[in-house]
Structure formats: C-alpha cells, structure tokens
Design a protein around this ligand. Structure first.
Ligand code: NAD
Ligand code: MG
Length: 401
C-alpha cells in the first residue's frame, strides 16, 4: 500500500489523480489533500477519501472546513498556509507526492517533497522552470525520483532508454508535440480581439484556466521546452516543437540510427498520472482505448512564429543566465492573470513577456533566495506594464474586445 499526498487536489490534475486512485483502493491510500480556496470541493473529497490531513490557503477557511468535517464524523485534520503544504509533502508517512498546484506557488512544496526523498509526480512545470537546477539538486540529496506528469514529458520518458547514461550518446533530439490550441488556424492580426472564454476553449484537453491560456499563446510549450531541458539534460538545439492537432502522438525521441520512438494514446491526463503512480509497473487509468482506425489520420506542421511568438522566448531564456526562466515565468503568470480578468488583451501577454525578458537582470541569480527576489521584482514590473496596457492606463479611451 502506497501513501499519497495531492497538492492542488481540487484542480484538473488533482481531480484526475483522485479518479485514478479511486480505481485502485487496494494499492493507494490518500494521506493529504491540499487546495487553495475551493472548500466545498475539498470537503467532498475529504468525505470520499478520508485523508489524514487537508490543507486550505486561509486559516479562517480551514477552521470552517474543520467544523463541517467534524459534523460528518470525518477524522481529517485541517491545516492552513504555505508551511502546511511543505509539511504534508515531506511527512515521513508519505511515499508519493502529486505536485499539481498551478504556478510558482507550487515550488516550495515541490522542493520539500524532493528533499524528503519522495517520488515526486510533477505536474507543476513552473517548479522546474523557476528553479530547475535547485529542484534537481534537492532530488539528488533526498534520493527520491521525479516522474513528469506533463503528457509530453511522460511520453519522452517512456520513449527514452531506462539507462540514463545512454541518453546523450544515443539521442539526436527530442520532439515535443503541441496541439496548437484554439487559435492554430486563426489569422495572427485577429488575435488581439480574442476573449478569455475563447482562449480557454481548448480543442482536445480540458484543463485549468492558466494552462489553457498558456496553450492558446503556446507559452505552455515554451515552458515545456524549459521543463524538457532540465528533465532530460537536452541542449536547446536538441529540443524541437511540432504541431500535431490530434494530440495522439504525445511526443517522440529521434535516435542517431534514424529510429523514432513515440508514445501514443488518447488525450487524457489519467494515462500519464497512472504511469507516474504505478511506475515501473502499469495499471488501469480509466482512459478510453486509442482506436487509430477511428482517428484515421495524424497531421504534423511547423509552429507559425507570427501566430505564436512566445515559443521563441523559451529558447532565448535558456541561452541567458539561469534566472531568465524565472523572469519569463513570473511575467507570464501576471500577464495571463490580467488577461483572464480582462485587464489586457491576449496579444499583450506576449508584449509583457518579451519586454520583461529583454530587460531581465538575472546574472548570478542562482540561489533560492535570489530567485525568489527576482520573482517578486518581476511580478511588480509586470503589474506596472499591465497598468499601462489596461484601458484606464491607455487614458480610458481604448476598450478591450
Ligand atoms: P487548476 O487551476 O485546475 O488547479 C490548480 C490547483 O492548485 C487547485 O487545486 C488550486 O486550489 C491549487 N492552488 C492554486 N494556487 C495555490 C496556492 N497558492 N497554494 C495552494 N494551492 C493552490 O490547474 P491544473 O490544470 O490542474 O494545472 C495544475 C498544474 O499542472 C499546472 O502547473 C499545469 O501547468 C500542470 N499541468 C496541467 C495539465 C492539465 O491537463 N490540466 C497538463 C499538464 C500539466
Ligand atoms: Mg503538456
């Protein structure tokens, strides 16, 4: 029996993880569930999975959840705050930690799980983007392992040899596939008018709001390029991105002998989640079988740099000092949030990301403290850019579409 903590249990990845665990009650027990503010959903999850601990963002919300659970005779103890996230990630009883918080907010708990030697199931790609070297060091110190949950990186891991020492010698490059999101065929000049609802309407995947917008700008793929660099030790020129609208080939590895090894499946996150939970064994995930005759055709195309200018920022950031990736991530988190709140246009996301990366002063920012400071500083600068670009900042004349 393995014990699991799920950070971000009320989100899209968290909910899918619980759906997979529910299929295997004889193999897994939930130790802790953590969420930011959705107390009603966390309440229902606690009643169903009866974890030892639940964590919410605020003390007030935690105490009210505690009362509701007591009234139902549920034994779960409710904690609050960021420190509690680290504690439930690192607790000695825990074997596996699903890191499914969105954004850099997930970094501290990812590091705590890594230092404590857990198996880290990493959905929170921002942890690696912000502090890739430090997270890998913490894993090496703790002696645990990291299994990527991002479907592309799960696919790459499944397509690489088990013997890591062969990776550099045998592999020519890796190819991350991308669906192209909802605006794959949209004329670039019309993108400034798209709404948050349109940007979140992903054709193949149902996901949280932030990653859905990232998929529409292809900043998600940019973050995944950085994630792949850290996970697989590939140089920027060894990482290629290819648009594949059907999202069936989840990514592939090109070998020097001309072989291409890929992982295929339905676009359903339960597959990489089950792979991470049961590795090296395989178990049922609940995802539907892939029927290639029904899919009929698989298409591939190069990403259009006019439509998706954000993709190039990842390669730029990887050639800059380490903190550049943290700057790109922080700028993007602020810009996406501002777009979701209709304070800036869709195309302003890229303007903010590109401007802040170009002016980034990140030489020597390789400690956790320096990266945290860089993150805070970048967020402030990004907020200022948002204020300038929002309709009131433009003198109140412009209206957002
Ligand atoms: P989501 O918005 O659906 O869920 C986010 C979860 O994090 C929620 O449970 C929320 O309560 C929690 N959370 C947010 N801020 C928090 C904070 N400050 N402290 C504690 N908890 C907090 O997001 P999602 O789509 O499930 O994505 C989660 C992560 O997984 C992201 O990093 C995303 O890039 C990655 N990911 C998601 C998918 C997908 O299919 N959804 C695929 C690949 C990778
Ligand atoms: Mg992905």
């Amino acid at each position: 029996m393995k014990t699991v903590t799920i950070l971000g249990s009320t989100g899209s990845i968290g909910t899918n993880t619980l759906a997979v665990l529910a299929l295997h009650p004889e193999q897994f027990r939930v130790f802790a569930l953590a969420a930011h503010s959705n107390a009603d959903k966390l309440f229902a999850q606690c009643l169903e999975f009866r974890p030892n601990y639940a964590v919410l963002g605020s003390a007030q919300a935690a105490s009210s959840l505690q009362q509701r659970l007591r009234a139902e005779h549920c034994p779960t103890e409710v904690l609050s705050g960021p420190r509690a996230l680290d504690d439930v990630a690192a607790a000695p009883e825990v074997d596996l930690v699903m890191a499914a918080i969105v954004g850099a907010a997930g970094l501290s708990a990812s590091l705590a799980a890594a230092r404590a030697g857990k198996r880290l199931l990493l959905a929170n790609k921002e942890s690696l983007v912000v502090a890739g070297d430090l997270l890998l060091q913490a894993l090496a110190q703790g002696g645990g392992d990291l299994i990527p949950i991002d479907s592309e990186h799960s696919a790459i891991q499944q397509s690489l040899p088990d013997d890591r020492s062969r990776w550099q010698a045998d592999v020519r490059n890796i190819v991350l596939t991308a669906s192209g999101g909802p605006f794959r065929q949209r004329a670039a000049h019309t993108l400034q008018a798209v709404t948050p609802t349109e940007a979140c309407a992903h054709p193949n995947w149902s996901m949280g709001a932030k990653i859905s917008v990232d998929s529409a700008t292809m900043m998600n793929k940019a973050l995944e390029v950085i994630e792949a660099h850290y996970l697989f030790g590939m140089r920027p020129e060894q990482i290629e991105v290819l648009i594949h609208p059907q999202s069936i080939v989840h990514s592939m590895v090109n070998y020097h002998d001309g072989s291409v090894i890929a992982q295929l499946g339905q676009p359903d996150m339960r597959t990489p989640i089950a792979y991470g939970l049961s590795y090296p064994a395989r178990m049922a995930s609940g995802a539907p079988w892939l029927d290639l005759a029904r899919v009929g055709r698989l298409d591939f195309e190069q990403p259009d740099p006019q439509r998706f200018p954000g993709l190039a920022l990842a390669f730029e950031a990887l050639r800059m000092p380490v903190g550049a990736c943290a700057v790109l991530n922080a700028a993007n988190e602020v810009a996406v949030d501002a777009f979701l709140h209709q304070r800036i246009r869709f195309t302003d996301i890229h303007r903010i990301n590109a401007d802040l990366l170009a002016s980034a002063q990140c030489a020597g920012c390789d400690s956790l403290e320096a990266l945290a400071e860089l993150d805070v500083h970048t967020r402030l600068q990004a907020q200022q850019r948002v204020a300038q670009l929002s309709p009131s900042g433009r003198g109140g004349a412009a209206q957002l579409a």
